[in-house]
Design a protein around this ligand. Structure first.
Ligand code: ZN
Ligand code: ZN
Length: 557
Protein backbone atom coordinates (compact mmCIF):
# COMPACT_ATOMS: atom_id res chain seq x y z
CA UNK A 1 0.00 0.00 0.00
CA UNK A 2 1.46 3.31 -0.94
CA UNK A 3 1.56 5.96 1.70
CA UNK A 4 -0.80 8.90 1.43
CA UNK A 5 0.32 12.34 0.31
CA UNK A 6 1.01 14.77 3.11
CA UNK A 7 1.41 18.51 3.69
CA UNK A 8 4.50 19.54 5.66
CA UNK A 9 5.96 22.72 7.13
CA UNK A 10 9.66 23.06 7.95
CA UNK A 11 11.20 26.25 9.28
CA UNK A 12 14.94 26.53 8.50
CA UNK A 13 15.23 29.96 10.07
CA UNK A 14 13.02 32.44 11.92
CA UNK A 15 11.36 29.97 14.28
CA UNK A 16 13.08 30.33 17.65
CA UNK A 17 14.77 33.61 16.75
CA UNK A 18 13.90 36.94 15.18
CA UNK A 19 15.93 36.97 11.99
CA UNK A 20 17.01 34.92 8.93
CA UNK A 21 13.50 33.78 8.01
CA UNK A 22 13.25 30.71 5.77
CA UNK A 23 10.15 28.50 5.74
CA UNK A 24 9.72 25.37 3.62
CA UNK A 25 6.34 23.92 2.67
CA UNK A 26 6.00 20.52 1.04
CA UNK A 27 3.28 18.36 -0.44
CA UNK A 28 3.45 14.77 -1.70
CA UNK A 29 4.50 11.29 -0.61
CA UNK A 30 6.62 11.26 2.55
CA UNK A 31 10.21 12.05 1.65
CA UNK A 32 9.20 12.92 -1.90
CA UNK A 33 7.16 16.06 -1.25
CA UNK A 34 7.45 18.84 -3.79
CA UNK A 35 8.74 21.94 -2.00
CA UNK A 36 8.52 25.71 -1.97
CA UNK A 37 10.53 28.14 0.14
CA UNK A 38 9.02 31.30 1.63
CA UNK A 39 11.69 33.92 2.39
CA UNK A 40 15.46 33.61 2.63
CA UNK A 41 16.78 36.19 5.09
CA UNK A 42 19.86 37.08 7.08
CA UNK A 43 20.69 37.75 10.72
CA UNK A 44 23.34 40.21 11.85
CA UNK A 45 26.44 39.09 13.78
CA UNK A 46 27.59 40.60 17.05
CA UNK A 47 30.96 41.09 18.71
CA UNK A 48 30.23 38.65 21.53
CA UNK A 49 29.19 35.53 19.68
CA UNK A 50 30.28 36.04 16.09
CA UNK A 51 33.16 38.54 15.97
CA UNK A 52 34.36 39.40 12.50
CA UNK A 53 31.53 37.55 10.76
CA UNK A 54 29.91 39.61 7.98
CA UNK A 55 26.43 38.10 7.94
CA UNK A 56 24.55 35.03 9.12
CA UNK A 57 22.22 33.01 6.88
CA UNK A 58 20.21 29.84 7.53
CA UNK A 59 21.93 26.50 7.05
CA UNK A 60 20.21 25.30 3.87
CA UNK A 61 22.09 22.00 3.53
CA UNK A 62 18.86 19.98 3.70
CA UNK A 63 17.20 22.08 1.04
CA UNK A 64 20.31 21.89 -1.13
CA UNK A 65 20.26 18.08 -0.93
CA UNK A 66 16.61 18.19 -1.96
CA UNK A 67 16.85 20.96 -4.52
CA UNK A 68 15.51 18.67 -7.27
CA UNK A 69 12.22 18.79 -5.32
CA UNK A 70 12.20 22.59 -4.94
CA UNK A 71 9.70 24.36 -7.21
CA UNK A 72 10.12 28.04 -6.39
CA UNK A 73 11.07 30.67 -3.82
CA UNK A 74 8.66 33.40 -2.68
CA UNK A 75 9.77 36.54 -0.84
CA UNK A 76 7.19 38.32 1.31
CA UNK A 77 8.90 41.72 1.71
CA UNK A 78 12.17 43.61 1.40
CA UNK A 79 13.41 43.53 5.00
CA UNK A 80 16.87 41.98 5.30
CA UNK A 81 15.63 39.19 7.57
CA UNK A 82 13.44 38.02 4.67
CA UNK A 83 15.32 38.83 1.44
CA UNK A 84 18.93 39.33 2.56
CA UNK A 85 20.13 35.77 1.87
CA UNK A 86 18.90 35.40 -1.71
CA UNK A 87 22.12 36.44 -3.43
CA UNK A 88 24.41 34.36 -1.22
CA UNK A 89 22.34 31.16 -1.29
CA UNK A 90 20.62 31.20 -4.66
CA UNK A 91 23.26 29.21 -6.59
CA UNK A 92 23.04 26.34 -4.10
CA UNK A 93 19.32 25.96 -4.73
CA UNK A 94 19.45 25.03 -8.38
CA UNK A 95 18.21 28.09 -10.20
CA UNK A 96 14.52 27.91 -9.33
CA UNK A 97 12.26 30.91 -10.06
CA UNK A 98 12.07 33.54 -7.31
CA UNK A 99 8.83 35.48 -6.99
CA UNK A 100 8.32 38.81 -5.25
CA UNK A 101 6.18 41.89 -5.74
CA UNK A 102 7.73 44.89 -7.49
CA UNK A 103 9.36 46.78 -4.60
CA UNK A 104 10.75 43.59 -3.04
CA UNK A 105 11.84 42.30 -6.46
CA UNK A 106 13.74 45.57 -6.99
CA UNK A 107 15.82 44.89 -3.86
CA UNK A 108 16.20 41.19 -4.61
CA UNK A 109 17.57 41.97 -8.10
CA UNK A 110 20.20 44.31 -6.66
CA UNK A 111 21.24 41.57 -4.23
CA UNK A 112 21.48 39.06 -7.08
CA UNK A 113 23.67 41.42 -9.12
CA UNK A 114 25.94 42.14 -6.16
CA UNK A 115 26.62 38.42 -5.73
CA UNK A 116 27.19 37.52 -9.38
CA UNK A 117 23.76 36.09 -10.09
CA UNK A 118 21.36 36.97 -12.90
CA UNK A 119 18.69 39.48 -12.01
CA UNK A 120 16.33 37.78 -14.50
CA UNK A 121 15.80 34.94 -12.01
CA UNK A 122 13.69 37.33 -9.92
CA UNK A 123 10.15 37.42 -11.27
CA UNK A 124 7.80 40.28 -10.42
CA UNK A 125 4.52 38.88 -9.11
CA UNK A 126 1.09 40.49 -8.96
CA UNK A 127 -0.90 40.56 -5.77
CA UNK A 128 -4.03 38.63 -4.74
CA UNK A 129 -6.29 37.54 -6.41
CA UNK A 130 -3.58 36.53 -8.93
CA UNK A 131 -2.16 33.06 -8.24
CA UNK A 132 1.12 31.41 -9.24
CA UNK A 133 1.32 27.66 -9.83
CA UNK A 134 4.37 25.89 -8.35
CA UNK A 135 4.07 22.09 -8.45
CA UNK A 136 1.12 21.04 -6.26
CA UNK A 137 0.92 24.55 -4.79
CA UNK A 138 -1.09 27.51 -5.98
CA UNK A 139 0.20 30.67 -4.36
CA UNK A 140 -0.88 34.28 -4.06
CA UNK A 141 0.71 37.36 -2.46
CA UNK A 142 -1.86 39.21 -0.36
CA UNK A 143 -0.99 42.76 0.76
CA UNK A 144 -0.48 43.36 4.48
CA UNK A 145 0.43 46.53 6.36
CA UNK A 146 3.97 46.45 7.87
CA UNK A 147 6.87 48.91 8.14
CA UNK A 148 8.12 48.69 4.57
CA UNK A 149 6.16 49.13 1.33
CA UNK A 150 4.43 46.23 -0.40
CA UNK A 151 4.65 43.69 2.38
CA UNK A 152 2.74 40.51 1.70
CA UNK A 153 1.37 37.42 3.29
CA UNK A 154 1.07 34.24 1.23
CA UNK A 155 -2.07 32.31 0.42
CA UNK A 156 -0.78 28.79 -0.22
CA UNK A 157 -3.39 26.46 -1.68
CA UNK A 158 -2.55 22.77 -1.48
CA UNK A 159 -4.54 19.58 -2.15
CA UNK A 160 -4.77 19.30 1.68
CA UNK A 161 -6.30 22.75 2.05
CA UNK A 162 -5.41 26.41 2.23
CA UNK A 163 -2.46 27.64 4.28
CA UNK A 164 -2.16 31.33 5.13
CA UNK A 165 1.40 32.48 5.89
CA UNK A 166 1.06 36.00 7.30
CA UNK A 167 4.59 37.24 6.75
CA UNK A 168 5.36 40.24 8.98
CA UNK A 169 2.17 42.21 9.47
CA UNK A 170 0.23 44.65 11.57
CA UNK A 171 -3.40 45.68 11.41
CA UNK A 172 -3.15 49.27 10.21
CA UNK A 173 -5.99 50.74 8.20
CA UNK A 174 -4.18 54.08 7.79
CA UNK A 175 -0.50 53.28 7.19
CA UNK A 176 0.28 56.75 5.60
CA UNK A 177 1.91 55.03 2.65
CA UNK A 178 1.43 51.59 1.17
CA UNK A 179 -1.41 49.15 1.43
CA UNK A 180 -3.73 49.28 4.45
CA UNK A 181 -5.04 46.28 6.36
CA UNK A 182 -7.99 45.11 4.27
CA UNK A 183 -10.34 43.09 6.45
CA UNK A 184 -12.72 42.32 3.59
CA UNK A 185 -9.94 40.78 1.55
CA UNK A 186 -8.85 38.69 4.54
CA UNK A 187 -12.40 37.45 5.09
CA UNK A 188 -12.66 36.56 1.42
CA UNK A 189 -9.41 34.59 1.65
CA UNK A 190 -10.82 32.80 4.70
CA UNK A 191 -14.33 32.11 3.45
CA UNK A 192 -13.82 28.55 2.17
CA UNK A 193 -11.83 27.53 5.23
CA UNK A 194 -8.21 27.84 6.27
CA UNK A 195 -6.34 24.67 7.15
CA UNK A 196 -3.41 26.38 8.86
CA UNK A 197 -2.38 29.92 9.78
CA UNK A 198 1.38 30.36 10.06
CA UNK A 199 1.54 33.61 11.96
CA UNK A 200 3.93 36.41 13.00
CA UNK A 201 4.65 36.25 16.78
CA UNK A 202 7.03 39.20 17.27
CA UNK A 203 4.79 41.37 19.47
CA UNK A 204 2.78 38.65 21.21
CA UNK A 205 3.77 40.11 24.59
CA UNK A 206 2.39 43.59 23.75
CA UNK A 207 -1.06 43.57 25.30
CA UNK A 208 -2.56 46.71 23.77
CA UNK A 209 -3.75 46.81 20.16
CA UNK A 210 -1.11 48.40 17.93
CA UNK A 211 -1.30 52.06 16.96
CA UNK A 212 -1.55 53.36 13.41
CA UNK A 213 1.26 55.00 11.51
CA UNK A 214 -1.04 57.97 10.92
CA UNK A 215 -1.05 58.80 14.65
CA UNK A 216 2.72 59.32 14.63
CA UNK A 217 2.76 62.18 12.10
CA UNK A 218 0.97 64.88 14.18
CA UNK A 219 3.23 64.20 17.17
CA UNK A 220 6.34 64.52 15.05
CA UNK A 221 4.94 67.65 13.40
CA UNK A 222 4.36 69.22 16.81
CA UNK A 223 7.84 68.36 18.01
CA UNK A 224 9.54 69.69 14.88
CA UNK A 225 7.48 72.91 14.77
CA UNK A 226 8.56 73.77 18.32
CA UNK A 227 12.25 73.08 17.70
CA UNK A 228 14.62 76.06 17.59
CA UNK A 229 17.86 74.76 16.11
CA UNK A 230 18.56 72.13 13.49
CA UNK A 231 16.39 69.02 13.63
CA UNK A 232 17.91 65.63 12.89
CA UNK A 233 15.73 62.52 12.88
CA UNK A 234 16.48 58.86 12.33
CA UNK A 235 14.40 55.78 11.64
CA UNK A 236 14.85 52.53 9.70
CA UNK A 237 15.71 53.49 6.13
CA UNK A 238 13.20 50.94 4.89
CA UNK A 239 10.33 52.52 6.83
CA UNK A 240 9.42 54.71 3.89
CA UNK A 241 6.08 55.75 5.42
CA UNK A 242 7.94 57.14 8.43
CA UNK A 243 10.47 58.90 6.17
CA UNK A 244 7.51 60.57 4.56
CA UNK A 245 5.93 61.54 7.91
CA UNK A 246 9.25 63.00 9.04
CA UNK A 247 9.78 64.91 5.79
CA UNK A 248 6.21 66.22 5.84
CA UNK A 249 6.67 67.43 9.41
CA UNK A 250 9.85 69.26 8.44
CA UNK A 251 8.20 70.91 5.43
CA UNK A 252 5.20 71.96 7.53
CA UNK A 253 7.62 73.70 9.87
CA UNK A 254 9.19 75.56 6.95
CA UNK A 255 12.36 73.47 6.87
CA UNK A 256 14.26 72.07 3.91
CA UNK A 257 14.74 68.31 4.03
CA UNK A 258 18.04 66.54 3.45
CA UNK A 259 18.43 62.74 3.47
CA UNK A 260 21.80 61.53 4.78
CA UNK A 261 23.02 57.96 4.40
CA UNK A 262 23.14 55.71 1.37
CA UNK A 263 20.50 53.24 2.59
CA UNK A 264 17.99 56.02 2.92
CA UNK A 265 18.55 57.43 -0.54
CA UNK A 266 18.44 53.90 -1.98
CA UNK A 267 15.09 53.13 -0.33
CA UNK A 268 13.46 56.33 -1.55
CA UNK A 269 14.85 55.74 -5.05
CA UNK A 270 13.49 52.17 -5.04
CA UNK A 271 10.13 53.43 -3.85
CA UNK A 272 9.97 55.99 -6.63
CA UNK A 273 11.20 53.56 -9.30
CA UNK A 274 8.52 51.01 -8.41
CA UNK A 275 5.81 53.57 -7.84
CA UNK A 276 5.04 52.56 -4.25
CA UNK A 277 5.86 55.98 -2.79
CA UNK A 278 3.96 58.22 -5.11
CA UNK A 279 5.27 61.71 -4.50
CA UNK A 280 7.98 61.92 -1.86
CA UNK A 281 8.45 65.44 -0.48
CA UNK A 282 11.26 67.41 -2.20
CA UNK A 283 14.72 67.05 -0.68
CA UNK A 284 17.95 68.99 -1.06
CA UNK A 285 21.51 67.65 -1.45
CA UNK A 286 23.87 68.00 1.52
CA UNK A 287 25.99 70.56 -0.38
CA UNK A 288 23.00 72.95 -0.31
CA UNK A 289 22.08 72.06 3.28
CA UNK A 290 25.44 73.37 4.53
CA UNK A 291 24.57 76.91 3.47
CA UNK A 292 21.14 77.05 5.13
CA UNK A 293 20.45 78.54 8.58
CA UNK A 294 20.07 75.62 11.02
CA UNK A 295 16.55 76.61 12.03
CA UNK A 296 15.47 76.14 8.40
CA UNK A 297 16.89 72.65 8.09
CA UNK A 298 15.90 69.10 8.90
CA UNK A 299 18.18 66.11 8.31
CA UNK A 300 16.78 62.60 8.10
CA UNK A 301 19.65 60.22 8.72
CA UNK A 302 20.50 56.51 8.85
CA UNK A 303 21.62 54.77 12.03
CA UNK A 304 18.55 54.33 14.25
CA UNK A 305 20.21 51.29 15.81
CA UNK A 306 23.48 53.04 16.64
CA UNK A 307 25.36 51.42 13.75
CA UNK A 308 28.93 52.66 13.89
CA UNK A 309 29.30 53.77 10.31
CA UNK A 310 25.84 55.22 9.81
CA UNK A 311 25.17 58.97 9.62
CA UNK A 312 23.83 59.26 13.20
CA UNK A 313 27.09 57.88 14.63
CA UNK A 314 29.24 60.01 12.31
CA UNK A 315 27.41 63.16 13.45
CA UNK A 316 27.90 62.06 17.05
CA UNK A 317 31.65 61.86 16.39
CA UNK A 318 31.82 65.42 15.00
CA UNK A 319 31.63 66.78 11.48
CA UNK A 320 30.02 64.63 8.79
CA UNK A 321 29.83 65.78 5.17
CA UNK A 322 30.25 69.34 6.42
CA UNK A 323 27.32 69.09 8.86
CA UNK A 324 27.75 69.39 12.61
CA UNK A 325 25.37 69.19 15.58
CA UNK A 326 25.37 72.10 18.01
CA UNK A 327 23.86 73.16 21.31
CA UNK A 328 20.14 73.77 20.92
CA UNK A 329 19.69 71.24 18.10
CA UNK A 330 17.20 68.38 18.36
CA UNK A 331 17.85 64.71 17.62
CA UNK A 332 14.84 62.41 17.29
CA UNK A 333 14.97 58.62 17.36
CA UNK A 334 11.69 57.81 15.57
CA UNK A 335 12.37 54.12 16.10
CA UNK A 336 12.57 51.31 18.58
CA UNK A 337 15.97 50.09 19.69
CA UNK A 338 16.16 46.39 18.86
CA UNK A 339 17.31 44.33 21.87
CA UNK A 340 21.07 43.95 21.64
CA UNK A 341 21.63 47.37 20.04
CA UNK A 342 21.16 49.43 23.21
CA UNK A 343 24.87 50.05 23.81
CA UNK A 344 25.45 51.65 20.43
CA UNK A 345 22.35 53.83 20.69
CA UNK A 346 23.18 55.00 24.20
CA UNK A 347 26.74 55.82 23.16
CA UNK A 348 25.36 58.15 20.49
CA UNK A 349 22.82 59.69 22.86
CA UNK A 350 25.58 60.54 25.32
CA UNK A 351 27.75 62.02 22.60
CA UNK A 352 24.88 64.33 21.60
CA UNK A 353 24.18 65.11 25.21
CA UNK A 354 27.77 66.32 25.60
CA UNK A 355 27.22 68.65 22.64
CA UNK A 356 24.13 70.16 24.27
CA UNK A 357 21.78 68.54 21.77
CA UNK A 358 18.30 67.57 22.99
CA UNK A 359 17.70 63.88 22.34
CA UNK A 360 14.15 62.58 22.05
CA UNK A 361 13.48 58.87 21.76
CA UNK A 362 10.47 56.58 21.82
CA UNK A 363 10.22 56.15 25.60
CA UNK A 364 7.03 58.22 25.51
CA UNK A 365 5.64 55.83 22.89
CA UNK A 366 4.43 58.59 20.57
CA UNK A 367 7.14 58.99 17.95
CA UNK A 368 7.10 55.40 16.74
CA UNK A 369 4.70 52.52 16.14
CA UNK A 370 5.76 48.94 15.58
CA UNK A 371 5.38 47.17 12.26
CA UNK A 372 4.18 43.99 13.95
CA UNK A 373 0.80 42.91 15.26
CA UNK A 374 0.34 43.11 19.03
CA UNK A 375 -1.41 40.35 20.95
CA UNK A 376 -4.99 41.59 20.39
CA UNK A 377 -4.18 42.05 16.68
CA UNK A 378 -2.73 38.55 16.43
CA UNK A 379 -5.91 37.17 18.01
CA UNK A 380 -7.98 39.21 15.59
CA UNK A 381 -6.07 37.65 12.70
CA UNK A 382 -6.85 34.22 14.20
CA UNK A 383 -10.51 35.20 14.39
CA UNK A 384 -10.67 36.48 10.80
CA UNK A 385 -8.85 33.56 9.18
CA UNK A 386 -10.46 31.08 11.59
CA UNK A 387 -7.84 28.40 10.88
CA UNK A 388 -8.00 24.82 12.07
CA UNK A 389 -4.32 24.95 13.05
CA UNK A 390 -2.15 27.85 14.22
CA UNK A 391 1.61 27.60 13.78
CA UNK A 392 3.48 30.52 15.38
CA UNK A 393 6.53 31.83 13.49
CA UNK A 394 8.82 34.90 13.42
CA UNK A 395 9.69 34.87 17.10
CA UNK A 396 12.07 33.67 19.76
CA UNK A 397 11.10 30.51 21.59
CA UNK A 398 9.27 32.48 24.31
CA UNK A 399 7.19 34.30 21.67
CA UNK A 400 6.28 31.10 19.81
CA UNK A 401 5.35 29.33 23.03
CA UNK A 402 3.11 32.14 24.22
CA UNK A 403 1.46 32.37 20.80
CA UNK A 404 0.77 28.60 20.72
CA UNK A 405 -0.74 28.73 24.23
CA UNK A 406 -3.05 31.60 23.21
CA UNK A 407 -4.22 29.67 20.15
CA UNK A 408 -4.96 26.58 22.23
CA UNK A 409 -6.84 28.63 24.81
CA UNK A 410 -9.10 29.69 21.96
CA UNK A 411 -9.76 26.10 20.98
CA UNK A 412 -7.46 25.89 17.99
CA UNK A 413 -4.93 23.16 17.32
CA UNK A 414 -1.41 24.55 17.57
CA UNK A 415 2.16 23.37 17.51
CA UNK A 416 5.29 25.11 18.70
CA UNK A 417 7.63 24.59 15.75
CA UNK A 418 11.29 25.59 15.87
CA UNK A 419 13.95 25.51 13.15
CA UNK A 420 14.57 21.99 11.90
CA UNK A 421 11.22 20.46 12.89
CA UNK A 422 9.13 18.94 10.12
CA UNK A 423 5.49 19.39 11.05
CA UNK A 424 2.77 17.48 9.23
CA UNK A 425 -0.34 19.58 8.71
CA UNK A 426 -2.49 17.04 6.88
CA UNK A 427 -4.52 15.78 9.84
CA UNK A 428 -6.72 17.55 12.34
CA UNK A 429 -3.82 17.96 14.78
CA UNK A 430 -0.40 19.13 13.61
CA UNK A 431 2.31 16.62 14.40
CA UNK A 432 6.08 16.60 14.50
CA UNK A 433 7.20 13.90 12.07
CA UNK A 434 10.93 14.47 11.80
CA UNK A 435 13.86 16.59 12.95
CA UNK A 436 16.47 17.62 10.43
CA UNK A 437 19.87 19.06 11.12
CA UNK A 438 19.87 22.79 10.69
CA UNK A 439 21.56 25.84 12.12
CA UNK A 440 23.45 28.84 10.91
CA UNK A 441 25.90 29.51 8.12
CA UNK A 442 28.34 32.38 8.52
CA UNK A 443 29.37 34.59 5.63
CA UNK A 444 32.95 35.26 6.64
CA UNK A 445 35.01 37.35 4.24
CA UNK A 446 34.24 35.80 0.87
CA UNK A 447 33.36 32.26 2.04
CA UNK A 448 30.56 30.45 3.83
CA UNK A 449 31.44 28.54 7.00
CA UNK A 450 29.37 26.48 9.40
CA UNK A 451 28.56 27.77 12.86
CA UNK A 452 30.07 24.61 14.34
CA UNK A 453 33.20 24.46 12.19
CA UNK A 454 35.25 25.83 15.07
CA UNK A 455 36.62 28.77 13.10
CA UNK A 456 34.80 31.45 15.06
CA UNK A 457 35.42 29.54 18.31
CA UNK A 458 39.18 29.74 17.58
CA UNK A 459 38.84 33.42 16.69
CA UNK A 460 37.13 34.15 19.98
CA UNK A 461 39.74 32.18 21.90
CA UNK A 462 42.56 34.12 20.25
CA UNK A 463 40.78 37.38 21.00
CA UNK A 464 40.20 36.47 24.64
CA UNK A 465 43.48 34.75 25.45
CA UNK A 466 46.08 36.25 23.15
CA UNK A 467 48.43 34.28 20.93
CA UNK A 468 51.97 32.89 21.13
CA UNK A 469 53.98 31.61 18.20
CA UNK A 470 56.80 29.24 19.24
CA UNK A 471 59.48 28.23 16.74
CA UNK A 472 62.11 25.55 17.17
CA UNK A 473 64.69 23.99 14.86
CA UNK A 474 65.74 20.32 15.23
CA UNK A 475 68.98 19.25 13.55
CA UNK A 476 69.90 16.06 11.67
CA UNK A 477 70.64 14.26 14.96
CA UNK A 478 67.23 15.10 16.44
CA UNK A 479 68.79 17.69 18.77
CA UNK A 480 67.46 21.25 19.22
CA UNK A 481 69.55 23.67 17.15
CA UNK A 482 70.02 26.87 19.10
CA UNK A 483 67.35 28.23 21.43
CA UNK A 484 63.64 28.21 20.73
CA UNK A 485 62.12 31.63 20.13
CA UNK A 486 58.64 32.99 20.53
CA UNK A 487 56.53 35.89 19.39
CA UNK A 488 53.45 37.10 21.26
CA UNK A 489 50.31 38.97 20.23
CA UNK A 490 47.72 40.51 22.48
CA UNK A 491 49.52 39.79 25.76
CA UNK A 492 51.16 42.05 28.36
CA UNK A 493 54.90 42.49 27.79
CA UNK A 494 55.93 41.90 31.40
CA UNK A 495 54.49 40.09 34.39
CA UNK A 496 55.31 39.16 37.96
CA UNK A 497 59.09 38.83 37.51
CA UNK A 498 59.38 42.20 35.74
CA UNK A 499 61.47 40.67 32.97
CA UNK A 500 60.16 40.62 29.38
CA UNK A 501 57.54 37.88 29.01
CA UNK A 502 59.23 36.70 25.83
CA UNK A 503 62.56 36.12 27.62
CA UNK A 504 60.91 34.20 30.46
CA UNK A 505 58.97 31.91 28.17
CA UNK A 506 61.97 31.31 25.89
CA UNK A 507 64.08 30.37 28.89
CA UNK A 508 61.39 28.01 30.22
CA UNK A 509 61.06 26.42 26.80
CA UNK A 510 64.83 25.99 26.51
CA UNK A 511 64.87 24.17 29.85
CA UNK A 512 61.98 21.98 28.85
CA UNK A 513 63.76 20.95 25.64
CA UNK A 514 66.91 20.08 27.57
CA UNK A 515 64.82 17.73 29.73
CA UNK A 516 63.09 16.16 26.70
CA UNK A 517 64.16 12.64 25.81
CA UNK A 518 65.13 11.41 22.34
CA UNK A 519 61.76 9.82 21.75
CA UNK A 520 59.97 13.14 22.22
CA UNK A 521 62.45 15.02 20.06
CA UNK A 522 61.87 12.56 17.21
CA UNK A 523 58.06 12.81 17.42
CA UNK A 524 56.63 16.06 15.94
CA UNK A 525 53.18 15.59 17.42
CA UNK A 526 54.43 14.87 20.91
CA UNK A 527 56.96 17.69 20.73
CA UNK A 528 54.27 20.16 19.69
CA UNK A 529 52.01 19.06 22.52
CA UNK A 530 54.77 19.45 25.10
CA UNK A 531 55.83 22.87 23.81
CA UNK A 532 52.22 24.10 23.83
CA UNK A 533 51.76 22.90 27.35
CA UNK A 534 54.97 24.50 28.56
CA UNK A 535 54.25 27.85 26.87
CA UNK A 536 50.79 27.97 28.42
CA UNK A 537 52.17 27.03 31.85
CA UNK A 538 54.92 29.62 31.64
CA UNK A 539 52.66 32.47 30.45
CA UNK A 540 50.06 31.56 33.06
CA UNK A 541 52.69 31.72 35.82
CA UNK A 542 54.02 35.03 34.58
CA UNK A 543 50.89 37.01 33.61
CA UNK A 544 47.93 34.80 34.61
CA UNK A 545 46.62 34.01 31.12
CA UNK A 546 46.59 30.81 29.05
CA UNK A 547 47.17 31.92 25.46
CA UNK A 548 46.48 30.10 22.21
CA UNK A 549 49.78 28.66 20.97
CA UNK A 550 51.02 27.85 17.50
CA UNK A 551 54.16 25.69 17.31
CA UNK A 552 56.44 25.48 14.30
CA UNK A 553 58.98 22.65 14.32
CA UNK A 554 61.52 22.83 11.51
CA UNK A 555 63.71 19.74 10.92
CA UNK A 556 67.03 19.83 9.13
CA UNK A 557 67.42 16.63 7.14
ZN1 ZN B 1 9.64 42.84 8.23
ZN1 ZN C 1 10.84 40.09 9.80
Amino acid sequence: MSKADRLIYLPLGGAGEIGMNAYVYGYGKPGKERLILVDIGVTFPDMDGTPGVNLIVPDIAWLEQNKHRLEAIFITHAHEDHVGGIGYLYKRLGGVPVYARAFTAHHARRKMLETGNAEEDIITASAYPEFIQAGPFNISFFPVAHSIPESSGMVIDTPAGRVVHTGDFKLDETPVLGEPFDENMWREIAKDGVKALVCDSTNVFSLKAGGSEIAVAPEITKLVSEAKGMVVATTFASNVARLKSLADAGLAAGRSICLLGRAMQRMVAAGEATGVIGKFPPTIPVEDARDLPRENLMLIVTGSQGERRAASAQLANGKYLGMQMKEGDLFLFSSKTIPGNEKGVIRIMNAYSEMGVDVVDDTAGIYHVSGHANQPDILRAHEIFNPQIVIPMHGEHRHLRKHAILAKENGRASQLAVNGMIIELTGIQPKVVEYIETGRTYLDGSVQIGAFDGIIRDRIRMALNGHVLATIIIDENDEPLGDPWIEVMGLAETGTSNAPLVDIVEADLGQMLMRSNDKTLRDDAKLERDIKKEVRRSVQAEIGKKPEVTVIVTRLV
